[in-house]
Design a protein. Structure first.
Lengths: 306, 118
């Protein structure tokens, strides 16, 4: 009975830890399937978390905190789009710029507004998202369930709708889509808006569900982890979902195994388990699960040649 | 790739035996990511990279000094500044290009047109 409880416990915390990764991986998926590299996931999530926390603290309203986070993340996405969809800027630099700006600006604004060394005060209990049911495994907050639903929703959007077909085509062969009379830029912008909203949800989750306040650099590489999961899942929502679960599981395990001694091995350094997701991605992609083929037009700005 | 790894190793060498003399956790402090930005801002040209990295070095060191001198100035403001530089002169480098090109064409064409008239 005890071991069953332990398994349920680890699985529940796997879900909780995987949720922000799932949001971010789906966000990255949307934009990369449309041909726009997005390494700015981390920065968008961080800024969204900051927006959710500061609006939540200032207004004490959940229904203002979440839209604020979404709005900020979408705005950053549109900035990304302005630099590398409207203009042929480099998508990697633009994403990097978003990351650097978010890492700095959240702390500067945090110090200016709350004067707590970049932290925000904890949001009130009424603003937080609480578990829906009081059952061991199903006692998750609504965003966890939303993440699971969104995996299917994104899959349906990408592979079962006309818009999804256009979005994928824009990522593979934008010239063809353009010739068919569909705007490449508009499709990419729409993908980026979806991307921003998903990043915003990830930020909300970090502040309103997982922690109670914003702390500087609190995303701690989750955006990059989500990118790895997305590539690991071969740019497919369901594949990315499993990869996120795996990474979440390793994370949960790392927390569990802190200081625990395994028979024969002794104490495993937590850092080793924290490094495992990245090691796994490299090793498994290098030969075990086959080639992950990126969308063909990924990274190249579409310029209509005259 | 091998050379790239070797060069990245030299960064660590420099920090360890030149600055800290001991291994600190996270001592690279984002140098790797800033490095990507610097390389791309230097348009992947060795000379451009030297100029871009000098700029970032000056900003970083200068920011540390200013933060030491002035109260209320934090290192994070320097990070914001670096981010904005990466954004405007890296990612949005091509934003003004068509305008500049058009202005240049207009300027160079105007005198020749007059010359044709005269």
């Amino acid at each position: 009975m005890d071991s069953l409880l332990l398994v349920v416990d680890v699985f529940a915390s796997t879900l909780r830890l995987a949720t922000p990764l799932i949001f971010c991986a789906l966000a990255g998926l949307l934009s990369e399937r449309a041909g726009v590299i997005d390494i700015g996931l981390e920065g968008k999530m961080l800024f969204a978390a900051f927006a959710a926390a500061s609006v939540g603290v200032a207004t004490q309203s959940l229904w203002l905190a979440i839209p604020a986070a979404l709005l900020v993340a979408v705005a950053l996405s549109l900035l990304h789009g302005f630099a590398c969809v409207t203009h042929p800027g480099n998508q990697v630099i633009s994403g990097l710029a978003i990351n650097i700006i978010a890492a700095g600006l959240t702390v500067v604004l945090g110090i200016a507004w709350f004067a707590q060394g970049g932290q925000t005060p904890p949001v009130a209990d009424s603003v937080r998202l609480k578990p829906l049911l009081d059952v061991a495994l199903l006692g998750q907050n609504i965003l966890v369930y939303l993440a699971l639903v969104l995996v299917l929703a994104v899959w349906w959007l990408l592979f079962r709708t006309r818009f999804g077909l256009r979005l994928r085509a824009v990522g593979e062969n934008p010239a063809m889509v353009d010739a068919a009379g569909v705007s490449v830029a508009l499709t990419r912008y729409m993908a980026l808006v979806g991307n921003g909203m998903l990043c915003g949800l990830a930020g909300c989750y970090l502040v309103l569900a997982q922690n109670a306040s914003f702390a500087p650099h609190m995303t701690a590489g989750r955006g990059f982890m989500a990118l790895a999961a997305m590539i690991f899942g071969k740019w497919h929502p369901v594949g990315a979902f499993w990869a996120c679960l795996l990474f979440g599981f390793l994370d949960a395990l790392a927390i569990r195994l802190q200081g625990a001694k395994l028979p024969g091995v002794g104490e495993i350094p937590v850092q080793f388990i924290q490094a495992t997701p990245y090691l796994l991605t490299v090793i498994l992609l290098a030969g075990f699960i086959g080639k992950a083929v990126a969308p063909k037009a990924l990274g190249s700005p579409y310029v209509k040649s005259r | 790739m091998g050379v790239s790894g070797a060069l990245a190793g030299m960064v660590a060498m420099n920090e360890l035996s030149g600055v800290h003399h001991k291994l600190l956790t996270d001592f690279v402090a984002g140098a790797g990511f800033t490095g990507i930005a610097v390389a791309l801002m230097g348009r992947n040209h060795p000379v451009g990279i030297i100029l871009a990295s000098l700029l970032f070095g000056v900003i970083f060191q200068g920011g540390a000094e200013v933060a030491f001198e002035i109260q209320g100035f934090t290192k994070d403001m320097v990070v914001v500044l670096q981010g904005l530089i990466v954004l405007f002169s890296g990612a949005m480098a091509y934003t003004l290009t068509p305008l500049v090109a058009r202005a240049y064409h207009a300027l160079t064409r105007a005198p020749s047109a007059e010359a044709a008239h005269g």
